[in-house]
Design a protein around this ligand. Sequence first.
Ligand SMILES: *Cc1c(COP(=O)(O)O)cnc(C)c1O
Length: 440
Amino acid sequence: MNAVLKCIDPGCGLEYPIDSTLVECERGHLLDVKYPGSPPESLKEVFRCRRDPGGSIFNESGVWRFRELLNFCSIDTEDAEQCAAHLVSLDGAEGRQSKPYRMGRVSKFTEMEPDSLWLQPEGYNPSGSFKDNGMATAVTHARMVSAGKIVCASTGNTSASAGMFAANEGIECDVYIPAGQIAPGKLSQAYQFGAQIIEVDGNFDDALRRSLDEARGSGGYTVNSINPFRIEGQKTIPYRALEQLDWEAPDWIVYPGGALGNTSSCGKALMELHEWGWIGKIPRIAVINAEGARTLSDLYNDRGLRWNGGKPDTGLIEDHYAEMDRTGAGPRTRATAIQIGRPANILKGLRALEYTDGVVTTVSDTEMLDGMSAVGLNGFDCEMASGATPAGIKKLVKEGVIKRDDTVVGILTGRQKDAMLPVEYHSDPSNMFARPPRAR
Ligand SMILES: *Cc1c(COP(=O)(O)O)cnc(C)c1O
């Protein structure tokens, strides 16, 4: 027996086959979907088995199920209660939904072979960005050292993530933000989670300097990506990508570049996996800067700055920063998540680029918006900074740096938190993927 559509009016009770498209019965009553018989209660066990984390949220977590590979707590247990004594988790939600997907419209946009390109949306983390991967581990370490307060500077997503974990752990959280430069959806999360917002007159780099100074003075625990425990948690982003590819290393892993925490963590993950013999080949990392926030690209591509086996010419960096101060040429892009002039992890980033024979390039704001919109056409959401990933892949394919049939994993770093941006994009018919509204 099959399910049917049945009128909800007991005095009527008309039935229709399940492939009917009616929304009401012919007497105008609403319809229910009705199933024959009653399913056995034994199904409860079937459901549990289908999704078996063994009763432990630490197995559900996309971060902590790899806990042997980031075991700074030195634990050796499958027991959920013992894990909970050390590990911080938002009920297993961090990293749980994230894995690479094929997205045909993005393949087309980038002119890659459809089977070669994977995109991994990290926006489906509980606070809406990849930051949750590293925040789970950083706050774990904060708890290990009995920190009473966590502190961060943020372009938005760090504060959302820090605020969420702090609230869940019942610890204080101070957030330094560049006043007026945060997407509304990110700022509102920090308020919602009860974080103390400190508005700094200046850009992200100024906010970071202030937060580091004040954390030093007040004993606050810094959870920006200069914190090495953030980097540990973010190693799980490439772990999950590799797991989906049966630990067969892709040719490329592509990230937007801001403070370069992601670049650094990916590099460290790959170095370790290769050292352990888990992967034979080392994927190349591609970092995509915004044209208006291109410190890494300028230094790497134009000034020839390299890790140089651990002896980078840091004078080049100091000169560049001094030049930025002198000319007042601050970073400028609408992709606020990567509007960063002084990438705090630049040295670890250079190390990652050297180890993986990486490349750095830049994309314009328009290209990022097109990349963001191409992702949307596959039914996936991402923010403008994440659009740098498809836009950068497109550019590198065009230049012949990435081959059309190379295996590429692109990381989509966060979900849309600037609700009006797609409305604006689609309202302008001159945009590549625009579908303007129609009036009737
Ligand atoms: C933080 C952030 C970035 C930048 O990442 P880094 O690790 O700092 O380079 C990019 N995209 C989004 C959505 C972010 O929140």
